[in-house]
Design a protein around this ligand. Structure first.
Ligand code: SF4
Ligand code: SF4
Length: 361
C-alpha cells in the first residue's frame, strides 16, 4: 500500500489545513514596492534635470519641477503640517511635502505601518539587503534583547527630538524658516548631499548597508524616526494581524517568517508598533483562515467570525492608492500642490544651494 500521511492529532478537529487559493500577498507587495521605487527614480531624474537647468543659469532643456520629490522632505512635511493645524492655511513652500506626509501617516492610521513595507524605497532596499544576507550566510543575526530593546528606543529618541523642536516653534517661526534660503532649497540640498557625498557620509552609509545585510531591517528597526512616528500612529489602526486560535495548528511558521521578530503564533492580535502589515506571516500560514490582516470582530453581526472582515492584499494596495492619489488630486485641484516661488528666486538660490546654511546655526 502507499505511504500514509501522518495526521497531527489537532488536525482531526480542524478540517481545513490548506488554503483554497495560494496567497499572493508577497508578489503583490513586491510589485507595489517596485512601482514605488520606479516612481521615485522617475521623480529623481526629473528633479535632477530641473536643478541642472537652474545651475546653468536658466539655459538648456527645461523640465518642470516635480513636486512629488518633496516626499523626501519628511521634516518639512511635519513642519508644514503643524503650520496647517495651527493656522488652517496651506503653506506656499513645500506644500507637497505636507500632503505626502499626511498621506503616509493616514495609511499608518488605517493599515499599520504598511507604508514602510509596501511603499518606502528605503524599506525596500533594507529588505533586499537582509534577504541578500540570508542568501549569503543562510541566516541573519538576531541581537540579544538587552541590545535590541535599547537600540529600538533610538528611533523614538530621534523622533522626540524633532517633535520637541517643531512643537516649540510658533506658526510665524515655521513660516519664516520655510522662507529662508535653506528652507526654500532644502530639496536641492538633499539631492546635492547624494551627488557630492563626502568620505564621512560614504562610510556611514556603507556601515549601515553592511549592518542591514547582517541584521534584519537594521535602519528601519533602530534608526528611522519616520518609521517610529508611523509605528506610534499605527497603534490606533483598527486593522491588525489577527489569529484565530481555533483554526491555528500551532506550527509557528508565522513567527519564523515575521521580519519584525514578533511572536505571531502566540498572539491573538498583533498590536506591536513594529508590525509593518507586510503580511509575510499570513502568506506562510497553511491553516485556512487562521491568520488574517483584518478589522476587529463585528459582535453585532449574525456571525462574529473576524476572518469575514479580512483585507486581501489587493484591498490593502487599493486603500493605499486611494489615499496617495486622492490627496495628490485634492492638492492639485485646489492649487496647493506646487511650491509657489518665482523663477528668479530659483535662478539665484539653486546654483548656490550648498552655501545656504541652517538658520539655527
Ligand atoms: S506580524 Fe505579520 S504583518 Fe506584522 S511585521 Fe510580522 S510578518 Fe509582517
Ligand atoms: S502559521 Fe501561525 S497562525 Fe498559521 S497555523 Fe501556524 S502558528 Fe497558527
Amino acid at each position: 500500500m502507499g505511504t500514509q500521511t501522518e495526521i497531527p492529532p489537532h488536525a482531526e478537529k480542524k478540517p481545513f489545513l490548506r488554503r483554497l487559493a495560494p496567497d499572493r500577498s508577497q508578489q503583490i507587495r513586491r510589485v507595489a514596492q517596485g512601482l514605488f521605487v520606479l516612481l521615485n527614480g522617475w521623480l529623481g531624474m526629473q528633479f535632477y534635470l530641473w536643478v541642472r537647468y537652474f545651475e546653468r543659469g536658466g539655459t538648456g532643456f527645461y523640465v518642470p519641477r516635480p513636486a512629488g520629490v518633496e516626499g523626501w522632505l519628511p521634516i518639512a512635511g511635519f513642519m508644514n503640517f503643524k503650520y496647517f493645524l495651527v493656522t488652517g492655511l496651506v503653506p506656499s513652500v513645500h506644500p507637497a511635502a505636507m500632503f505626502l506626509f499626511m498621506a503616509f501617516v493616514f495609511m499608518s492610521l488605517l493599515l499599520k505601518k504598511a507604508f514602510c513595507s509596501w511603499l518606502c524605497p528605503v524599506g525596500t532596499v533594507s529588505e533586499y539587503l537582509w534577504k541578500l544576507g540570508q542568501r549569503i550566510f543562510g541566516r541573519t543575526l538576531c541581537l540579544p534583547r538587552w541590545v535590541d530593546i535599547p537600540l529600538r528606543g533610538l528611533k523614538y529618541l530621534l523622533l522626540g527630538f524633532f517633535v520637541f523642536i517643531i512643537g516649540s516653534m510658533s506658526a510665524e517661526a515655521l513660516q519664516d524658516f520655510m522662507h529662508t534660503s535653506y528652507g526654500m532649497v532644502a530639496d536641492v540640498k538633499m539631492m546635492n548631499f547624494f551627488r557630492t557625498m563626502g568620505t564621512t557620509a560614504i562610510v556611514v552609509i556603507a556601515v549601515l548597508a553592511i549592518l542591514s545585510v547582517l541584521v534584519q531591517n537594521f535602519w528601519c528597526r533602530y534608526a528611522c524616526p519616520y518609521g517610529a512616528l508611523m509605528g506610534l500612529v499605527s497603534l490606533l489602526s483598527p486593522v491588525k494581524i489577527r489569529r484565530d486560535a481555533d483554526a491555528c495548528i500551532n506550527c509557528g511558521k508565522c513567527a519564523t517568517a515575521c521580519p519584525a521578530g514578533l511572536p505571531v503564533d502566540r498572539l491573538i492580535q498583533v498590536r506591536s508598533a513594529e508590525c509593518t502589515g507586510c503580511m509575510a506571516c499570513v502568506a506562510v500560514c497553511s491553516a485556512q483562515d487562521a491568520l488574517q490582516f483584518s478589522l476587529p470582530p463585528n459582535s453585532s453581526a449574525p456571525s462574529n467570525r473576524w476572518h469575514r472582515r479580512a483585507l486581501s492584499p489587493r484591498v490593502v494596495v487599493g486603500i493605499m492608492a486611494c489615499i496617495f492619489f486622492g490627496l495628490i488630486l485634492y492638492a492639485r485641484a485646489t492649487g496647493h500642490w506646487n511650491t509657489d516661488l518665482p523663477r528668479a528666486v530659483y535662478l539665484e538660490l539653486v546654483p548656490h544651494a550648498n552655501e545656504a546654511s541652517h538658520p539655527g546655526m
